[in-house]
Structure formats: structure tokens, C-alpha cells
Design a protein around this ligand. Sequence first.
Ligand code: ATP
Ligand code: MG
Length: 361
Amino acid sequence: MKLLILGNGQLGQMLAQSCIQLGHEVLLVNTRSNQVVPAAAHVALPMSIAEAMEWADIVSWEHEQLDPEHVQLAADKLLTDAEKIRPLTHRQLEKAMCDALGIATAPWNSYDSQSSFLEAMTEWQQPVVIKASFGGYDGKSQWRWQPGDDEQMLVAEAGQQPGIIEAMIPFRCEVSIVGARARDGRILCYPLVENVHRQGILSHTFAGFQTFPTHLQNAAEAAFRKITEHLGYVGTLAIEFFVVGEGEQAELLVNEIAPRVHNSGHWTLTGCNASQFDLHIRALTNMPFPELSMTPTLMLNAIGCEQVPQTLWQHPHSQVYWYGKEPRVGRKVGHINFRDISEQQAHALVSDWTEALQLLS
Ligand code: ATP
Ligand code: MG
């Protein structure tokens, strides 16, 4: 089949690779310059976006901030209704959707102006995280507050756009579930993985070193099913959770839902017989899903650094993914997957290399 991917960043490129592996044709749209481009080259093709949409059988995306013009041009070639995805690009609507579906999140309230921000803040007697409704990623457009801090200081910044205030969760750890829902409704999820953030940015993912209790895996998969069925979603989707409580009492609170392939699923490129990118393409084209077989894998992000140290290129268990992007502080420029290592080795790699690989501020 012929696929057109909106976005040609690293996620678009990795989706394109899966299209090639699975025997499909693929073109990408550079959504910054509004040009049609081939995979793995920044060369504009002599083709309008309308022509590329005409060429394609299926249109999909690497990021959910869709241009309304693209949505209109793509019409029914987008297999998920773009209008239904809109709540996932708006924190107030996303939280409200979880509430309506009976899916637990951190307690929250919302504000729409500087005065309603101050009013909403009066309800909080505990530490909170304030998040702008739109445009936040990698911890951007977020503020922290705790009793005793001056909320007036935050009004100018946080209050200048709509947003939410949510309880700061003293989580035991953060996890995510990544999975895919096919055109015919089949669903396949990977096991829960543990994600560690530094300064609000995903630093690394531990996949398969520890097994989470079955009740948490079941709860995550139930949330996945509820959300994707509610959205009529086709493709790969990720849900980030906070784990609170211990043992049998442990519970999941949804933090964020990403209707696309996700950084916390990058380990699947190395640690699984089908990656999250393969699953997305298989879901869109209604190809069979595999029986998953997995190897414990560490995914370590390269953030803002100029290069990957020689030692890691040469590491016998590493697979390096370099995005070819201009390094900037806080910008994800690559990731390294390590497989067939012990949990102890995974922790040692993290403590030995995160400083060198991650320029956060
Ligand atoms: P992403 O890049 O994943 O889209 P983001 O910038 O949109 O991230 P969040 O995922 O909401 O934002 O927050 C980033 C990180 O900040 C979380 O993974 C978590 O570590 C921390 N964080 C966010 N909200 C809370 C909270 N309510 N309680 C505790 N920690 C939080
Ligand atoms: Mg997040």
C-alpha cells in the first residue's frame, strides 16, 4: 500500500523504515516547510501536498498537532478521526476525557485566565504541578508550586494561557504501556516498562528487567482498550502512568496519552520481534500482529549532546540510533538500546553514561 506520514522527524523516519520492511511505499510531509519529502533525505519532491494525499492510500502522523488543512485534504485516508484526537492535544480536554471514561488520573482542576488561575490555586493545600493546556512537551510549559510559595509570581507566566493544576504525585515509579489497535479492532500491547525522567524529559526506559504485577498490566491494557475504542483509534498509542502504592495495593494514574509512536517504545526496535513502528504500520494496513517475543532492553536517550562516545558505539550489546539533528540543550538527538544485559548492567550503564549523553540545561 502507499502511506503518507505527516512529519519527517525521527519518528517519521522510523515509521518509514517499517513501511519499507513490510513492503509498503512511503512518502513523508515536512510539516514545517509544508513540502513532500522522501524518507531519509531533506529534499523537497516536485509534488504538492494535495497530490501526495491523492497518491496515498493511507495518511498517518508522527505527531498529533495536525494542520487543519492537512486533515481536510486527507479526508477519509486518515483512519482515525482527527477531531476525536483533539482532546489529546489539550490537557483540560484530556483529563476530562479520562474522568468521563472512569480512568484514574492525578486530582486536577482547570483555569482559563489569570483571575481563574488565582481562584483555582486557592483550592490547593499541597504541592502541585501547573501545566499549560497546549504546546507542552519534555517538561516545557510546566511550573511547580508548594504551600508557602508565592502564587502571584506564577500568574504572569502560568496564568497567561489556559491550563490545569494537578496534585504533585509522590509516585513509586513511572511506567507506560505502548500498543496498537488495528483497523479491524485487534489490539496488541507490550508489557509495561519503567520510564525515568530527568527535568521532565524522558532519560531512559527499563524494559523487561522487572515484571510488573499482573493486576497492573491488566489495568494498563484495560485503559488502553477503553481509550482506543472510545477514540476509534487505529495505530500505535502510548499511555504514561504514575504507579502509586505498593504490592497488591499498587495502582496506576494516567499522566498523559500520546496518540502516536512514543519515545518510551523505542526499546522495541531492539528488544522485540516487532517494533512499535512495525505495529503502527501493521495496524494501519490490517496486517497480522505477531506473537511478541522480547529481550530485556535498556533505552538510553541522547539529549543535547554532540555525539555518542566511542565506547558506546563499540559496546557489544548496543544499538545506536542517531537522528542527524542539530544538538541543542534539552533536544533529543538519538537513543541507544542495550539488550542481553543484566538489570545490574543496565543500572551501571545509566549511572556511567547519562551525564555524558544528556545536556539538559
Ligand atoms: P512528554 O514529553 O512526555 O509529552 P510533557 O512535558 O508533556 O512530557 P508530562 O508528561 O505531563 O509532560 O510531565 C513530564 C514529567 O514531569 C513526568 O513524566 C513526571 O516525571 C513529572 N510530572 C508531571 N506531572 C506530575 C505530577 N502530577 N506529579 C509528579 N510528577 C509529575
Ligand atoms: Mg509525558
